[in-house]
Ligand binder design. Sequence first.
Ligand code: CS2
Ligand code: MG
Length: 412
Amino acid sequence: MSILAADVIVTSPDRNFVTLKLTTTDGVIGLGDATLNGRELAVVSYLRDHVVQLLIGRDERNIEDTWQFLYRSAYWRRGPVTMAAIAAVDVALWDIKAKSAGMPLYQLLGGASREGLLAYGHASGRTNAELFESILEHRAQGFRAIRVQSGVPGLKAIYGIASNATSAGNAGVRYDHEPAQRGAQPVQEDWDTRSYLRHLPTVFEAVRNEFGPELPLLHDGHHRMTPIQAATLGKSLEPYDLFWLEDCTPAENQEALRLVRRHTTTPLAIGEIFNTVWDYQLLLREQLIDYVRSSVTHAGGITQLKKLLESAAQYQIKSGMHGPTDISPVGMAAAMHLGLAIHNFGIQEYMVHGARTNEVFEQTFTWRDGMLHPGDAPGLGVDLNVDEAGKYPYAQAYLPYNRLADGTMHDW
Ligand code: CS2
Ligand code: MG
């Protein structure tokens, strides 16, 4: 009982994905997602050049010890590259353990705490008319909760607007914006917070008038506001009863959320770019947020995220795991198994992967009536078709960046 082989598989069907594949001496295979959008090859090297040789011969059953070994023996701690690499090892070991036990992973994590996972989709539009059409499409696909992102008059390009907004994407759902543009240079977008703060409440007013008060609506501020601007927006959106306002302000300064919290009751979600429990310490202790956004892939795997969510539960803070298309089907499966088992599940982000991605990653999860379920296949329920993966070599891609009108760099 030990790890015989560790392979890092890079493939780019619809976008770049990095997958760790572990094989045991008993022939059991485990998969882990190691995709870090825009910096994928850094994690590939971290795994291939520094971690893989440490795994060979290790007892694959010792998941906690392997996590602690990789975290503490590196000396240099935390960070998105390190924690994505550790996450991939961790999830692959959980996949192996569940397969060896002949049960779906959620059963090892405490069994099912619910029938399925409420999911939200990404509706967007450059105009309200486009946005309404996108909401209707997502409703037709069964989404019971909708993230709303809108263009802003005067801004040319903006986060979250489906690049093919004029044509339906996969399976009738607009293929949401693919933020990482393939190419040797990142794309510059423009931004103006005051225009955004003036415009967004009018969008939610129109959406509520069109779709009524019941539909859970979410919005992603994407790290762009100062704390007082975030407080202003949270307050101005209160009449529209959002499910959450996400990443309202850069939260490395966790104390900034104290100011936002003082001014608004709009629920707050933070953390998709966080990667350890330490990033949340003040946010949890002072109940400055309502949802933990970390994905299994970016937060050190199931072993760490499960502990983090157990801490969050003390403060009635729930999960809101990150689930855009740059979380691979392996990472999504891990999130679904963990989300099904924990008590303080909140909501799961779900963007529809492209057809080519679904040929590379053969999955058993279900999407029915607005709810996700990881399925009952042993392990994660995902197989990687290596031959299919080999058809799609890595393609350099960068996330966009923002500059203000005067040329100042700004958060994207
Ligand atoms: C976004 C992401 O889904 C979200 O909440 O913040 O789409 C984010 O832009 C990408 O994951 C960046 O790679
Ligand atoms: Mg986000």
